[in-house]
Write a protein that binds this ligand. Sequence first.
Ligand code: NAD
Ligand code: UD1
Length: 334
Amino acid sequence: MSVLLTGGLGYIGSHTAVEMLEAGEEVVIIDNLSNSDKKVTNAIKEITGKDFKTYIGDVRDEKLLRKIFKKEGIDAVIHFAGLKAVGESVKKPVEYYDNNIGSTVALLKVMKEYGVKNFVFSSSATVYGKAKKMPIYEDFEIGGVTNPYGRTKYFIEEILKDLYVSDNSYNIALLRYFNPIGAHDSGLIGEDPNGIPNNLMPYITRVATGKLECLSIFGNDYKTKDGTGVRDYIHVVDLAKGHVKAVKKLRGNCGLKVYNLGTGIGYSVLDIVNAFNDVCGGKVKYKFAPRRAGDIDECYANADLAYKELGWKAERDLKDMCRTSYNFEQKHSK
Ligand code: NAD
Ligand code: UD1
């Protein structure tokens, strides 16, 4: 049987494809290349030495989905495909609802037609909004989201919960990612955003390689140890391995499950800059700038449940995250 990875040529999807293939799984990818490159297919093949099928097309295209389900013997789906830029989602809410929710609904319809009931969803720590306490546990209240991107994640979680109530023979894993950074050790795949990066690590690596002048640290008056924002950064390869475990769990008929995928450690922006400089022998130029709208003081996980139930925990440390991010940027970025 094969696992369908929607958005499998993107940042997290491509790393997951590698880990799945290396775990002996058959993989099929569908991606519309809206935020990725066809070349990633070859990179995945080069890393793993394994072959797999890639369909270039949109997940909202039900006809194409039917063709894939008919042909490929899919027994589980990992749904990465989606738009993910918070700022852009405020300017283009309809596109975000259409793409993120539309693709999920199309998939669920076609999965039902083909009797496929194992589903992993790429959710986000953003669904917790501004949590009252740290660390964040899976049973904390969700829904206090402040932007259309975050709302698509929250709404999709609710859709999947409704689906499970209607038919509890589904097996669904809602994986709430914290802040994925880092890249594959090979430097062949990684995060390569178009234009000026919104997220911290791609911005740092581009300052380090001279493509950008200076990092603006958004706010130094947060209620944190050094005043800068604290997040739970997780190596993308660790995150990818979590998906391999989640698919195994689904096949054991687990019902609906929610897991935080994080390290449980909160690092500040200055911690990241300092670790990066230590590992990469550079001096990333930075200045303090006003807070970014919508940012919160701190956000880090308790990830014990994933360890207890999936046997998964993050193993790579911050140095490794910095080293591999820099390696990828040096080798590949435009
Ligand atoms: P990404 O943009 O690198 O990958 C998404 C992939 O989906 C891209 O290759 C894109 O071309 C494809 N895609 C988008 N819409 C599509 C559609 N309608 N049909 C087919 N393909 C489509 O993003 P990523 O960082 O790999 O994130 C993967 C998932 O994880 C997303 O759903 C994202 O919201 C979620 N997530 C990401 C983060 C993060 O920090 N990267 C954090 C939490 C959650
Ligand atoms: C953001 C999104 C979140 C999404 C995640 C992954 C917001 C409000 N949240 O999380 O929904 O799931 O990305 O795509 O955008 N920072 C700087 N300078 C920069 C960039 C970032 O100081 O140039 C700081 C931020 O203020 C924050 C930390 O670095 O404290 C991490 O920021 P970022 O990488 O954008 O991730 P989040 O904001 O946590």
